[in-house]
Ligand binder design. Structure first.
Ligand code: SRM
Ligand code: SF4
Length: 512
């Protein structure tokens, strides 16, 4: 018998208290007023927290210069949308830039609050939204970046991802049903064989699986990283049909999480904690109750049976005569001019579509055979090369100290210069996936990397200096597995010789 009674209310944490006083989404109706009054006089909780419900992030590191986190379902952007992003950040000169995130998404930087109403109007005209992209909301929903163009694809995830986003955000208008979750929430839908979305690190992941010859998804639940704990997702023992069930099962799981997840200790609020508290069987039964029918037990095996691809270079699409080109964007950082160029290249050579990857890179699809040669002479390909050296190729980095107040170290620039120096000094037989994250929140996912660095502070010669903890053993693609910390407290200034030795000993590198 499932206990359907809701648990007694435990003591609420401070985030829960301010959400109970006023829902984060409520600032939607105040944005014109905020823009007129100026950021300095906005009430502190509205400024630092509630604005994140609209994707507007106050940056204590650069006060007055906001970050705008978008939603990019399945990582797909049109040239028109990319052009809008470019013109928004161009206005801010040196302060304006953008990042491709580890959730296949775009963040704009340098944004002034007084411009937000106009920016939001521009978003509406080109079908963009930044709604519910921060704080206790469902983050950007990831899907295979090759959806619809990969000859070996199993399910095209594009429409499904969009439908799940529309359910959660009420078609981008905002949906109070899901704006007060106990914590953030990640959803991924994989349609290919190579687990391009890191299914294992999402609160819900749908992975393709056949049951009695019928194509559907096995459902994984509870994957997450936090400062105190990192867990891979576990099977819910459920198999669902794509069009019929994915949206409703997502809704059911979110509802159980919303109504029963812990609102006492924010370090113990992610979905996995609830699953453990209830036990998987009871959690599954509660999901069934919300779903309104029994869940079909999982298919025996899923179809994730490839090594993960990085999509860099020129590849044939499943459509004859068409190609996609994956360009390497160092540490995911884009200037306004880069975005204008990408928008134009998508328009001129492709069909006006651009794709983003969780490795923080860009793909331009639908390039006709005849257009390939001129495409490959584009000046941007000198900067965003198709065949980067082994370390730079697979580098992923979170935002770090330049803009993030949680950061314990600078990440993107340090990660890039170290990769470039060692690429120049070593012959490295294969790519080595290095991920940098500036603090234990793990936005840069060091646990999925061959070599992961997590920012920390280290005592050296009586002084506190920037350092890292070293992670190893992360495996992606089929049979993905999380890596773990193998050495703590390495001062950044001592990192280069240590990494060099590691690459020589463990990854077959030889000095040039
Ligand atoms: Fe993250 C908080 C950046 C992916 C775990 N993350 C933050 C904040 C919002 C903190 C803040 O207010 O400054 C960072 C904004 C910095 C900035 O100015 O950019 C931030 N997270 C990022 C991004 C931009 C990193 C990147 O450079 O790509 C990624 C944006 C994704 C997106 O488009 O929505 C990003 N964050 C992740 C991931 C990776 C993933 O989803 O695969 C994780 C680990 C996976 C997970 O959540 O289970 C992640 N971020 C966190 C956490 C720890 C969550 C927890 O349960 O404890 C925080 C802090 C928090 O929520 O309390 C956080
Ligand atoms: Fe900021 Fe830490 Fe996330 Fe990096 S890992 S973006 S430093 S919160």
């Amino acid at each position: 018998m499932v206990n359907t009674a809701k648990p007694a209310k435990a003591k609420l944490n401070k985030f829960e208290k301010f959400k109970a006083e006023k829902d984060g989404l409520a600032v939607k109706d105040e944005i014109e007023k905020f823009a007129q009054q100026g950021w300095e006089s906005i009430e502190k909780t509205d400024l630092e927290h509630r604005l994140k419900w609209l994707g507007i992030f106050y940056r204590p590191v650069t006060p007055g210069k906001f970050m705008l986190r978008m939603r990019t379902p399945n990582g797909i952007v049109t040239s028109e949308q990319m052009g809008v992003y470019a013109s928004i950040v161009q206005k801010y000169g040196e302060d304006g830039s953008a990042d491709i995130t580890t959730r296949q998404n775009i963040q704009l930087r340098g944004v002034r609050l007084e411009d937000i109403p106009d920016i939001f109007r521009q978003f509406e005209t080109v079908g963009l939204t930044s709604i519910q992209s921060g704080m206790d909301n469902v983050r950007n929903i990831t899907g295979s970046p090759m959806a619809g163009i990969d000859a070996d694809e199993i399910i095209d995830t594009r429409e499904l991802v969009q439908k799940v986003q529309d359910m959660i955000t009420n078609q981008g208008k905002g949906n109070y049903d899901f704006t007060n979750l106990p914590r953030k929430f990640n959803i991924a839908i994989e349609g290919g064989r190579d687990n391009s979305v890191h299914a294992e690190i999402n609160d819900i992941a749908f992975v393709p699986a056949y049951k009695e010859g019928v194509l559907g998804f096995n459902v994984l639940v509870g994957g997450f990283f936090s400062a105190k704990r990192a867990e891979a997702a576990i099977p819910l023992n459920a198999w669902v049909l794509p069009n019929e069930d994915v949206v409703e099962v997502s809704r059911a799981i979110l509802t159980v999480f919303r109504d029963r997840g812990s609102r006492a200790n924010r370090q113990k609020s992610r979905l996995m904690w609830l699953i453990e508290e209830l036990g998987l069987e009871q959690f599954r039964s509660l999901v069934e109750t919300e779903f309104g029918k029994p869940l079909t037990p999982a298919a025996e095996k899923d179809e994730l049976d490839w090594e993960k691809r990085d999509h860099l270079g020129v590849f044939k699409q499943k459509q004859p005569g068409l190609n996609y080109v994956g360009m390497h964007v160092p540490a995911g950082r884009l200037s306004a001019q880069d975005m204008f160029d990408i928008a134009r290249m998508g328009e001129v050579y492709g069909n006006g579509e651009i794709r983003l990857t969780v490795e923080q890179n860009v793909i331009i699809p639908h390039i006709r055979d005849a257009n390939l040669e001129p495409f490959l002479t584009e000046p941007l390909l000198q900067k965003f090369v198709l065949e980067p050296k082994p370390l730079e190729r697979s580098l992923v980095s979170c935002t770090g100290a330049q803009f993030c107040n949680f950061a314990l170290v600078e990440t993107k620039n340090r990660a890039l210069s170290l990769a470039r120096e060692l690429d120049a000094e070593l012959n490295i037989p294969d790519k080595v996936r290095i991920h940098w994250t500036g603090c234990p929140n793990s936005c840069g996912q060091p646990q999925v990397a061959d070599i992961g660095f997590m920012g920390t502070k280290v005592r050296k010669d009586g002084k506190t200096v920037e350092g890292v903890d070293l992670f190893m053993g992360g495996k992606v693609g089929k049979e993905a597995k999380l890596g773990d910390v193998v050495q703590k407290g390495i001062a950044c200034e001592e990192l280069k010789p240590l990494l060099k030795e590691l690459l020589i000993k463990e990854f077959g590198a030889t000095p040039k």
